[in-house]
Design a protein around this ligand. Structure first.
Ligand SMILES: C[S@@+](CC[C@H](N)C(=O)[O-])C[C@H]1O[C@@H](n2cnc3c(N)ncnc32)[C@H](O)[C@@H]1O
Length: 223
């Protein structure tokens, strides 16, 4: 991986000096204990699965995935060395053996057709439109045929209150990367990347707007 500058990505809470607040904020104000278990259930893990947690941040979901199915091979990837340190510390404290890799979502350091599941929680709204497309192509490439992509991210607001609430995320993370979520175009982008059976499986009202869960399949004949 080439040298990565701070301008190449948006950190967990936009500014590095806020990163230490990320876990408490998510725990207390984002319904984390509701949507992450739902996402894990949706993945349908079993011992034979190889799973990538893309944009794993401080590793909360990665650890929960491993706890849900200790025999599965679970890997976390993020571009930010600071959150990766936090994730590795958490895993070490719990005595869990989870590899955490540094990498960019649009240039994944994995061979073609090497994962059964890719999950991305709250990562896509950090990416520009072009980067979302490149990332989805990369995810398609590393998934095995019939592999699955699972996403939790900001969806189209289901009412005016949720649209208003989402302005808080737009002010924090920027309007450039979040505009796609206001328009609700993520499912179409996923389809455009070759995935089939793309669906929004659930939707939550949160303090910061509508959070949607999506799933999509790589077709059996997908290369
Ligand atoms: C809001 S945090 C979500 C963390 C975690 N998935 C969760 O659900 O709590 C978004 C994460 O995506 C990472 N990220 C942003 N752009 C990225 C990119 N292009 N490639 C890899 N990681 C990226 C950030 O470093 C950050 O840790």
């Amino acid at each position: 991986m080439g040298k990565v500058d701070n301008e190449d990505y948006i950190p967990a809470l936009r500014f590095h000096w806020l990163t230490s607040l990320y876990d408490p904020i998510l725990r207390w104000s984002m319904r984390e204990s509701t949507f992450k278990p739902k996402l894990i259930e949706q993945l349908g893990l079993d011992a034979s699965r190889r799973v990538l947690d893309l944009g794993c941040g401080t590793g909360t979901l990665t650890l929960l995935l491993k706890q849900a199915c200790p025999e599965a091979e679970v890997i976390g990837l993020d571009i930010d060395p600071k959150v990766l340190r936090a994730a590795r510390n958490k895993a070490e404290k719990k005595g869990m053996n989870i590899p955490f890799h540094q990498g960019m979502s649009d240039e994944l350091p994995y061979p073609d057709r090497s994962f059964d599941r890719v999950v991305a929680s709250l990562m896509f709204h950090h990416l520009t439109y072009e980067n979302k497309r490149r990332t989805l192509h990369e995810v398609f490439r590393i998934l095995k045929p019939q592999g699955e992509l699972h996403i939790a991210d900001w969806g189209k607001a289901q009412n005016g209150l949720m649209r208003l609430a989402f302005l808080s995320i737009q002010f924090l993370d920027g309007f450039k990367t979040t505009a796609d979520h206001v328009k609700g175009i993520l499912p179409q982008l996923i389809k455009d990347s070759g995935f089939v059976d793309v669906e929004e499986t659930d939707r939550f009202m949160t303090l910061y707007g509508t959070l949607s869960l999506y799933r999509a399949n790589k077709p059996a004949n997908g290369q």
